[in-house]
Ligand binder design. Structure first.
Ligand code: ATP
Ligand code: LTN
Length: 359
């Protein structure tokens, strides 16, 4: 795993300087930089929480972390402006509710740091049309939004590359669906570096072992997704305990009866993963616990465990949403800290390509 392998190495491009480096363990030793983002597309679901957000907190002490609400990515599909604004607050409250510390990590809203748009333009000119055409998310999303296949949707991975490269990130913790985008960021960085000399740190995706891909409860061959038409497919962190239990009761499983992982048992495999994460037990322990019991008992236990697992997180989101002024103050703090770092990378890239220095 990248992080353990390279932990002691210095990231020589990192711009966290003394005042900025959040957790610098000792003089002159820089921590690895971690960056990730989540789109403000409403209350997160269990997959977002298990696959991404939960891991962000775990990285906070060991690394210099930046976490961003990716609202510029959101407008690649049509949004209601008032709703997008509200969801941006909600997204930020979600980060706080997950326990992230705005003093330790840099938490910010993407559009409040102009360097993202500036670097994205430059990187667009170092990204090939063919590369973008191969992105599976573009293919999926354009198939779903046939009436609005805009150019932003097409170049979305370039903006994401800018997000990552601006902060010289070493590792990008994401769910498995985003792996391809982190890899393309690395390819773009490599291309730029090979033309102009070392400018960007090459990032690597950091994918959790368990829960990288939480599947839909209604169709376990599809990933759990907010945009699913079937409300029973997806557990939102805001769902009540009763709703959660009901959704697990209805979860689609195969025709077998044993709570045991196996080929072609995507439904039960998914539930075992979820129960294992929510209860903190290994998959083997889960199988032992439910030996001789049927799917019905297991589904009920899953619903209860997930409701308990999500409860503190859900309550915290409500608490943070109740104080907008506090959130505004944190937006400002995060944007200023992020901009100080990002500006330096943009200036370096601008110089390399031959732009005149900004006044
Ligand atoms: P959706 O498809 O539900 O709209 P999304 O992928 O658009 O979800 P994002 O806000 O873009 O949600 O993703 C936030 C993070 O959650 C990303 O790192 C993504 O990889 C992760 N993620 C999303 N869905 C899942 C899932 N089903 N299992 C694990 N991780 C997931
Ligand atoms: N594209 C991601 C969100 C995202 C992101 C990023 C993740 C935007 N910028 C930078 C990691 C790093 C998504 O839709 N999940």
């Amino acid at each position: 795993m990248l992080i353990e392998k390279n932990y002691a190495t210095i990231n020589k491009n990192a711009y966290f300087d003394k005042g900025e480096a959040i957790n610098m363990p000792e003089e002159n030793v820089r921590k690895k930089v971690v960056l990730s983002g989540i789109q403000p597309s409403g209350i997160p679901h269990l997959g977002n929480y298990i696959g991404a957000i939960r891991n962000w907190k775990r990285m906070e002490d060991e690394f210099d972390c930046l976490y961003m609400i990716a609202n510029m990515h959101s407008i690649t599909v049509r949004q209601d402006p008032a709703k997008l604004r509200r969801q941006t607050y909600e997204g930020f409250a979600t980060l706080l509710a997950a326990g992230l510390d705005p003093e330790k990590s840099i938490l910010f809203v993407q559009n409040q740091v102009p360097a993202h748009a500036e670097l994205a333009w430059i990187l667009n000119c170092y990204t090939m049309f063919g590369e973008m055409s191969r992105m599976t998310q573009f293919k999926d999303k354009s198939a779903k939004n046939a009436e609005n296949i805009n150019v932003g949707l097409f170049t979305y991975p370039v903006l994401m590359a800018a997000d990552i490269l601006l902060y010289q990130a070493d590792a990008v913790p994401v769910g498995a669906d985003q792996k391809q985008h982190v890899e393309i960021a690395r390819d773009i960085a490599q291309r730029f570096n090979s033309i102009y000399g070392d400018t960007f740190t090459l990032p690597e995706p950091y994918i959790p072992e368990a829960g990288a891909r939480i599947m839909s409860l209604a169709d376990p061959d599809k990933k759990m997704s907010k945009s699913d038409d079937n409300p029973n497919a997806c557990v939102l962190v805001s769902d009540s305990k009763d709703d959660i239990i009901r959704k697990f009761r209805r979860a689609v499983t195969d025709s077998g009866s044993e709570v045991r992982r196996g080929e072609g048992k995507s439904g039960i495999n998914n539930l075992i993963t979820i129960y294992s994460v929510a209860s903190g037990k290994s998959a083997e322990e889960v199988e032992r616990e439910f030996e001789g019991k049927g799917y019905g008992d297991f589904k009920l236990a899953c619903g209860e465990a997930v409701a308990d697992f999500l409860r503190p997180f859900r309550e915290n989101i409500d608490r943070y949403m109740a104080d907008k002024a506090h959130l505004d103050a944190l937006f400002k703090l995060g944007a200023e800290r992020a901009a100080r770092i990002a500006r330096r990378t943009v200036e370096k890239a601008e110089k390399r390509v031959g732009f005149i220095k900004k006044p």
